[in-house]
Design a protein around this ligand. Structure first.
Ligand code: NIG
Ligand code: FE
Length: 410
């Protein structure tokens, strides 16, 4: 007998497909079914379709509940040692982030603590954080290095990221962010540190497939655009993708640089100018909005969301989960902040953690929407309206999680 065309069918769902070809808000399709074969969506059909009715394999009845694509947190620093709570107290008392960084605190304080932990200790401390993201519906998470800043410690962080993906039920996209801060051993010799990144770290990370992309902090307190340019050229030469922390505190024209290199995403963007927007629109670089850092740093300058929208730049939203500027492991809070602080619509925020976030990780072909051919990562929500996922915090109305075509505990 022929094998059934589908392994498992989820029926009676309100699908928020985020498929751009479906012309309803959120690409909504009432009373539809998702038919899965292996780890992929084989078809999206009406629940009443003959192929669904004749299916003899596994069936899950969603009872009319809302189903969205799995969430993708496309910018996190989920692996670190130590705590920056005391520094937060200083910031609340008025000491600026840049001043704390100049005094050797900020990123460098996390670097000291991270270097002091073994790979196993780092892994153990990251597990509950990543689990928190998973419990909110994250099925794919980007995790950066950047708190090691030596060859061994950066690779240690990337191995922890890889292990998190192997041990937890989540897809991890690891990123090398060795250019996060100039390490103390290289004080006054940033170009020599860039040479270490370019000549030693990038070739090995690429060869051992420890990262998908290379990120930089292009900023007055970190690396110049000329230094980032060297790093991006090396990344490309070794087949790694490009992304950047740019225009967060000042405009250093990092977005234009990322765009010129065909980067996947330019992130933060509070001080982005018109030339940066035009460059991103031209190259198809995704704008990753990180309202958590804006909130925690009590920034005043918002990213130019309306202009980005008008220029047709894709808008993604991420938690930027890190111990200093965005210390919360919640993609839903990030979405909420993107609406309240930056003026995104709830639909844009949801698209920003699904369809657009997939593009920001170079995975738009495989993740981010409910369409045939995409990986079967989706979430079942007990809500009356998609906006409820973004609006109501503290309780997570997630009642079903499907990862790579398998039902998991919600
Ligand atoms: O995305 N901007 C630079 N990097 C992080 C902050 C990391 C830290 O303060 O530890 C960010 O905000
Ligand atoms: Fe960041």
């Amino acid at each position: 007998m022929d094998r059934e065309p589908f392994d498992h069918v989820w029926i009676h769902a309100r699908l928020a497909t985020f498929d751009p070809r479906v012309p309803t808000p959120c690409g909504l399709l009432e009373d539809h079914a998702i038919a899965v074969r292996g780890d992929s969506i084989a078809a999206v059909l009406l629940s009443s379709a003959p192929e669904v009715r004749s299916h003899r394999g596994a069936v899950t009845d969603c009872g009319g509940k809302l189903v969205t694509p799995g969430f993708i947190d496309c910018h996190t620093h989920s692996v670190w040692g130590g705590s920056r709570a005391a520094e937060w107290e200083l910031r609340l008392a008025g000491v600026p982030y840049t001043e704390i960084a100049k005094r050797g605190g900020g990123i460098l304080s996390t670097v000291r603590a991270t270097r002091g932990l073994s790979e196993e200790e780092l892994f153990q401390s990251a597990v509950p954080c990543v689990q928190s993201l998973i419990r909110e519906g994250v099925t794919c998470v980007e995790i950066k290095s950047g708190y090691g800043l030596t060859f061994d410690d950066e690779l240690k962080m990337l191995r922890v990221a890889r292990r998190l993906g192997e041990r937890l039920n989540v897809d991890v996209s690891p990123t090398l962010l060795a250019a996060h801060a100039v390490p103390p051993e290289f004080a006054g010799r940033a170009d020599d540190y860039v040479s270490l990144i370019v000549d030693e770290m990038i070739p090995v990370v690429a060869r051992e497939k420890l990262a998908d992309a290379v990120d930089v902090f292009c900023e007055s307190i970190a690396f110049t655009s000329a230094q980032c340019d060297r790093i991006f050229s090396a990344a490309k030469a070794h087949g790694l993708a490009i992304k950047g922390h740019v225009e967060q505190i000042t405009n250093s024209h990092g977005a234009e640089l990322v765009a010129r290199h065909g980067g996947w995403s330019a992130d933060h963007l509070e001080h982005l100018d018109d030339a940066g927007i035009a460059a991103m629109a031209k190259s198809g670089t995704v704008a990753v909005l990180l309202p958590g850092a804006f909130y925690f740093l009590r920034e005043k300058q918002k990213p130019p969301v309306e202009k980005l929208r008008a220029a047709g730049v894709a808008l993604a939203v991420a938690s930027d989960f890190n111990p200093g500027t965005s210390p919360f492991a919640s993609i839903r809070l990030a979405m909420n902040m993107a609406c309240v602080l930056y003026g995104l619509s709830p639909e844009e925020a949801l698209a920003g953690v699904t369809r657009e976030a997939a593009k920001a990780l170079g995975r738009g072909e495989r993740l981010g929407t409910l369409e045939a051919g995409k990986r079967a990562d989706f979430l079942v929500w007990d809500v009356t309206h998609p906006a409820e996922i973004v609006c109501q915090l503290g309780v997570t109305p997630l009642v079903g999680r499907v990862v790579s075509g398998k039902n998991c505990d919600a």
